[in-house]
Design a protein around this ligand. Sequence first.
Ligand code: NAD
Length: 360
Amino acid sequence: MNVFDHVEFDHHERIGFFNDTKTGLKAIIAIHNTNRGPALGGCRMWNYASEDEALTDVLRLSRGMTYKAAITDLPLGGGKSVIIADAKTEKTPEMMRAMGRAVQQMGGDYITAEDVNTSVDDMLQISKETTHVVGLPATDGQGGGDPSPLTAYGVFVGLKSAVEYRLKSDLNGKVVAVQGLGHVGYNLCRHLHESGAKLVVTDINADVLDQAKSDFGAEVVGLNDIYDVDADVYAPCALGATLNDDTLPRLKVSVIAGAANNQLATAKHANILQDRGILYAPDYVINAGGLINVHYEHVARKSGGGYDRDAVCAHIDKIGDTMETLFKMSERENISTATAADRLAEQRFNAPKATTAEAA
Ligand code: NAD
């Protein structure tokens, strides 16, 4: 397994490999960049087929966190961790505590949180060994609780900004096709409904569709029909890679703005959207509400103060301004909005760090 010349290495600052024989923990913590602050990113547990697959995943994910924190203007860097294990059969509280000791060994340069197959309970185990953990229960007055409603609020703010930019209109009477009514998608629907938007929705779960019909008067379509809806906006809130060769020719919308991670099947699809005049709200910008939320939890825990939800919402409101900046940059420089986001993030995290003397 190559590390320094791994295809996804991309200037990572530090990678830690952790083995705890007693608990069976095998983990990798990757820190991509700490120019803006400590690297915050979740801990994923996955039954990777090989160590190389685990390394590839953690490198990609941690790099992504650097971009997300920078574009969101948070004083954070990018990092991520993976535990190589089957969450159903191998996870134990002792293993999570061993992970806490691994996080502690990074000396505060890495802060962990929930990700795929790790939960609030797991973070509680980790917190027995380190203070560099967020996503803890809200009950102590310092945690932000479930981040999904705040992610949804951020998606709403970004979507509104995109509609205003492209359609020169508010959301009243606009048709939004929402794919996936889960923790984020359902809350997004609520905001959209309250703003007068008409909803066309799909999900694999029939109960949630019935609920959306009765709560929001939503029209329900089949799973594969969501791409053909005569709508103003397509909001992907379920799966990745739904912007691909099959779906793009079918979309009739003017705006794409949703919560899902990795919406573009490949980078070229961002250019196709640009050529077709469809305004794409870059996924890692619009879905950053949850990251903003855990940042404020981290601030509260570090300072011993309370979690400030108003400050969280005020920061999330800035997603709208960031979107406008990216849309203008895309037009001015004739680049896709996805490229604009990457460039702006890179400018921010590559900016030289203030030296201790300057900071003083
Ligand atoms: P979730 O699991 O609660 O909801 C996903 C929903 O999509 C479910 O209702 C599921 O039934 C539905 N679904 C699954 N397959 C589908 C299909 N083929 N067609 C239509 N619907 C389908 O997840 P979530 O927390 O709401 O997250 C949604 C997306 O947003 C994910 O891509 C996630 O990675 C991303 N995201 C979430 C957060 C967060 O705070 N929860 C933050 C950033 C990004």
